[in-house]
Design a protein around this ligand. Structure first.
Ligand code: ATP
Ligand code: MG
Length: 593
């Protein structure tokens, strides 16, 4: 089957798209109403038919910077909502009473927007905080107690652990499990009112201590913890457990499809148990949200653990969260990745239900495919060696400079041309000269002719060396009437074409040649400390010469340096007149080599 070239290929289906399409077709959520803001069943019942066909959410804990794994979750949740006429909620999962850092909150909002998504829909900002639901969570807990579905357990932590059993051994009922509803209610209120010390009791769901799924063996719902919460202050000394809080957050927000990573698969029965109970009790909207698990992103040569990334920053193995070698969104952005390239990457890796490692080259290829049609071209010499045209003065006149130009983009003539000079002295790559050429080498060696791209054909005459035998200068003669783009310019046939920058108008630039931060494909997974797996050569800084068009770049401008790959003007340190570039990726995949 052939596809017409002008037709955009349909996005490949995946199991999540299938689930959503099935729900839309069957009208699973079609009857639901939306109260205009998150709330209980009554709130939503009083509202209008839900204008969102589906609701998803992205629920980070504000305890670190987002990384490329989160980008997958963001693209998935916001992307699916956009695709199916839905809404994706931006929710801070701040039920842990640890200090919320504004720095993290802001960086998370920034990252989502930079990736190209928004939580505004139909004039409403769907930015929510889980801690705003504490009152409801408490009410729901009392309801569960009253329904005989929860009890206050005062076993010690150790007793609870032992009595939970394990995979081969069913659990044992707590002696507190058969307390009366009234006693449970009283003890739970005592917990809330600060009458019990931290750790003295927990509220547990009453499900089944013999369940083969350990998560269903009376999971904890609330614990006592005297801690000041950034949002609710000292109002609470009991806090909900994540497994209890998360389904409730989803239900209050009318989420339809709650997407999470595979490690939560065993939690799904409890998710459904809880929302069935609260739904039947009339507390939360029905039909309730459903949880679907997908494989988390593992990327080779990359660490995606927040804790380890923080350690890299805190211990100064990198320059900060936005170090261009970091897999954080701010790091990838500074490295030169575009939002579109990350979206493309996420689309290509797709979603599956089994964990695997994605090769880093997949990320780089998405960058190349995004930038190839967009990035302006430019010439840069990264390892400069002086080339002198010995017959220049005789042929062109002493001190003469010749005007050369090249297309900004080879396939987009409408973008115009870049101008630069050709002169007696030029910069070429050190590797473009060999005194004794290896087999198949077509560049400069004594007696060989090459074309200086967009310039002239030259014939190499020799080179000068220093006392250590290092080449300090190459000499060549220009062959007249061979300038690119002039009639007869190809009368002299050459096998090699090299890039260059004239000494007269080339501008020195700091170029940061980044490489993988870790030298093993699956860092942090073996016996070794991940810090010992850091690549000692992940950054090489060179002083390059760049053509004038590159020197006039603005921070964040991206280019293809011809022959070398993709580079970005560093968004933090690049200045007009003092250019700083980061290498994003080479021209071709070099990861396997
Ligand atoms: P923590 O260990 O601090 O809980 P986390 O990686 O789970 O870290 P969250 O802030 O809780 O971070 O994650 C927000 C969302 O991003 C969650 O829905 C989570 O499933 C998703 N997510 C996190 N890491 C990845 C990953 N590597 N691949 C795909 N999704 C991820
Ligand atoms: Mg988490």
């Amino acid at each position: 089957m052939t596809v017409p070239a002008d037709k955009e290929l349909p996005k490949p289906s995946n199991f999540l798209r299938q689930v959503i399409e099935r729900d839309l077709e069957q009208g699973t959520y079609a009857q639901r109403r939306w109260g205009g803001s998150p709330g209980d069943a009554a709130n939503h019942l009083a509202g209008e038919p839900d204008p969102a066909r589906i609701r998803t959410r992205f629920p980070p804990e504000p305890n670190g910077y987002l990384h490329v794994g989160h980008a997958k979750s963001i693209c998935l949740n916001f992307g699916l909502a956009r695709e199916y006429g839905g809404v994706c909620h931006m929710r801070f999962d701040d039920t842990n009473p640890e200090k919320e850092d504004v720095e993290y909150v802001n960086s998370i909002l920034d990252a989502v927007q930079w990736l190209g998504f928004s939580w505004d829909a139909n004039g409403t900002s769907h930015l929510y905080h889980a801690s705003d639901y504490f009152d409801f969570m408490y009410r729901a807990a009392e309801y569960l107690i009253e329904a005989g579905l929860a009890y206050v357990d005062e076993q010690s932590a150790e007793e609870m652990r032992v009595n939970r059993g394990d995979f081969g051994k069913p659990g044992v009922d707590s002696p507190f499990r058969s307390r009366s509803i009234d006693e449970n209610l009283q003890r739970f209120r005592d917990m809330r009112d600060g009458k019990l010390p931290d750790g003295a009791a927990v509220l547990r769901a009453k499900i089944d201590m013999a369940s083969p799924n350990i998560n269903m063996r009376d999971p904890a719902l609330y614990r006592i913890r005297r801690a000041t919460h950034h949002n609710t202050g000292d109002k609470w000394c009991i806090y909900p457990m994540y497994t209890y809080a998360h389904p409730i957050e989803d239900a209050l927000e009318n989420i339809t499809h709650s997407l999470c990573t595979l490690e939560f698969e065993d939690q799904r029965p409890f998710y459904d148990w809880l929302l069935d109970a609260l739904g039947e009790g009339g507390l939360t909207n029905q039909p309730h949200p459903r949880q679907y698990e997908f494989a988390r992103l593992n990327l080779t040569y990359v660490i995606t653990s927040k804790r380890k990334l923080k350690q890299l920053v805190d211990e100064k193995h990198v320059s900060g969260w936005d170090d261009p070698r970091m897999p954080t969104i701010v790091g990838l952005r500074r490295r030169g990745y575009t939002p579109e390239s990350l979206q493309l990457f996420c689309e290509r890796i797709g979603v599956t239900k089994s964990d695997s490692w994605i090769d880093y080259s997949t990320l780089e290829q998405a960058l190349r495919d995004d930038l190839d049609p967009k990035a302006a071209r430019g010439m840069a010499v990264l390892d400069p060696l002086k080339l002198v045209i010995t017959n220049w003065d005789a042929v062109m006149g002493a001190g003469a400079l010749d005007d050369c130009s090249a297309p900004v983009h080879p396939h987009q003539p409408e973008r115009g041309r870049r101008e630069f000079k050709f002169g007696r002295e030029l910069w070429i790559e050190r590797t473009d000269y060999e005194e004794v050429p290896p087999k198949g080498y077509n560049r400069l060696f004594p007696g060989n002719k090459v074309r200086l791209k967009y310039g002239y054909v030259i014939e190499c005459k020799g080179a000068t060396k220093d006392a250590n035998g290092n080449v300090t200068e190459v000499q060549a003669e220009l062959i007249p009437d061979t300038k690119s783009g002039t009639p007869g310019s190809d009368k002299v046939k050459v096998k090699g074409v090299i890039t260059w920058v004239a000494a007269a108008d080339g501008v020195p630039a700091e170029v940061r040649m980044y490489d993988r931060l870790f030298s093993v494909p699956q860092p942090g997974t073996g016996d070794k400390d991940f810090l010992e797996e850091i690549n000692p050569d992940s950054l090489r800084v060179v002083t390059a010469y760049v053509e004038p068009s590159l020197a006039h770049a603005k921070g964040d401008d991206r280019f293809q340096f011809e022959r070398h790959g993709y580079f970005v003007a560093d968004r933090v340190e690049h200045r007009e007149g003092k250019p700083v570039f980061n290498r994003v990726a080479g021209m071709k995949d070099s990861w396997g080599k």
